[in-house]
Design a protein around this ligand. Structure first.
Ligand code: COA
Length: 394
């Protein structure tokens, strides 16, 4: 691709992910815009060469951009006492929203329109529930059935179509939790997580430094016994679904020349991004289309990619994507995919996750894969919208 400027990733941070639960969630008294405030303050503290007023734009993704998440980019920015002179934009296309925000920001740098951008995503699935305030066009029900496109049932259909067994899903989810627990205990997330105050289940205030959902010792026998909330006699359960979650993540991106002028360091740049649509009734396998498109357009293949972050919305769709694209081993353990765990353990705050997996990908590449030229992040979304982003050593 001919680009006018290169777009480098200068920094990427996130909040811990907490359960989105009215009684048990550690962030039950923290609004999603407040999660973003913590990140805005932290990113300028960590990168003191950059001032808020230097930004050309702030793009924030949120899957349900209503209620507390209405125009969350503008409202979180202004409420954080950041300069009104910086333009903001809220981006909403279901789960890919955070990644779409980063892609749009990166593209605005590649074209030369902008030099310094902040982009990411935020979501609290308890304060703004999935589908809240959505008024779907009744005409849609002439061509599809509601019970077929709600995401839980799509995970069942993917398991059936791609012959993913319950046992493999349970092993996948358990593996994800073990990887996340190990990464947390090894201090791998310290670089990306910005701690903030939350509340334990008993109401005690405490500094939240890690993700709430991670299960240190997943019990595969118990997980095998758990029933499907989505289909009578189905194979998907709460243990093999991403939990309802709250969290935020952002990245600081710059025109490479601007970064050099400011003296900030970077290791990876935005290389290429794709968006692909697919059948909403099997929305979880959308990354197959997005990544195949990316491979076709770049001439690369799975062997060229050092590390991969694949959002684990459900174990069934993750396994189908890994197998169809031959991204890694056929089943866990994996060498390239989500070696620090994924959404099964870390959670999936819808519009945040596309940004979170890019933050973690940058961190993983810098920490565990010093020789890797390329990294790939991809995720599916409600109604059949998927994104993939390729990043390349700068
Ligand atoms: C699956 C789902 C319906 C379950 O919701 P829920 O019934 O509120 O379930 P919870 O997540 O609170 O978990 C229920 C119980 O399951 C149990 N559980 C979950 N995972 C478990 C595991 N790995 N091992 C053992 N028990 C587990 C827990 O005991 C939990 O109870 P607790 O509150 O005492 O900890 C919900 O998490 C969901 O909808 N997930 C998908 C979200 C989604 O669609 N995202 C978009 C994707 S595109």
């Amino acid at each position: 691709m001919t680009v006018l400027q290169e777009c480098v990733f200068v920094d990427g941070i996130r909040t811990p992910n907490a359960r989105a639960h009215a009684e048990k969630g550690w962030f039950r008294d923290v609004r999603p815009d407040e999660l973003l405030t913590v990140l805005y303050n932290a990113i300028f503290k960590r990168n003191s060469q950059v001032k808020p007023e230097d930004l050309d734009g702030v793009f924030i993704g949120s899957a349900n951009a209503s209620g507390m998440q209405s125009d969350i980019a503008r409202l979180s920015w202004l409420a954080s006492k950041m300069p009104a002179s910086v333009p903001t934009q809220t981006i909403s296309n279901a789960c890919p929203s955070g990644m779409s925000a980063i892609m749009d920001a990166a593209r605005s740098i590649l074209t030369g329109e902008n030099d310094i951008m902040l982009a990411g995503g935020a979501e609290d699935m308890e304060k703004v529930a999935m589908g809240a305030n959505m008024d779907m066009p009744p005409r849609l029900w002439e061509i599809m059935k509601p019970e077929e496109i709600f995401v839980g049932p799509t995970a069942e259909k993917v398991a059936e179509q791609y012959k993913i067994s319950k046992e493999d899903m349970v092993k996948f989810a358990a593996h994800s939790n073990r990887c996340a627990a190990k990464a947390r205990d090894d201090g791998k997330f310290k670089h990306e997580i910005i701690p903030l105050m939350g509340k334990k289940e008993d109401g005690t205030e405490f500094l939240v430094i890690s993700d709430q959902w991670i299960r240190d010792n997943p019990n595969e026998e118990k997980m095998m016994m758990m029933k499907s909330p989505f289909k009578e006699g189905g194979v998907v359960s709460a243990a093999t679904s991403s939990p309802l979650t709250a969290g935020a993540a952002i990245v600081l991106m710059m025109n490479r020349e601007k970064a050099d002028e400011l003296g900030v360091s970077y290791t990876y740049k935005y290389s290429f991004g794709t968006q692909a649509g697919n059948d909403p009734t099997v929305m979880g396998v959308g990354p197959i289309n997005a990544v195949n498109l990316l491979f076709k357009k770049t001439g690369l293949g799975p062997d060229d990619i050092g590390a991969i972050e694949l959002n684990e919305a459900f174990a069934s769709q993750s396994l189908a994507v890994i197998r169809e694209l031959k991204l890694d081993n056929d089943k866990a353990p994996f060498e390239k995919v989500n070696t620090w765990g994924g959404a099964m353990a870390l959670g999936h705050p819808l519009g945040q996750s596309g940004a979170r997996i890019l933050v973690t990908l940058l961190n993983r590449l810098n920490t565990d894969y010093p020789g890797a030229k390329y990294g790939l992040a991809t995720l599916c979304g409600f109604l059949g919208n998927s994104n993939a982003v390729l990043i390349e050593k700068a």
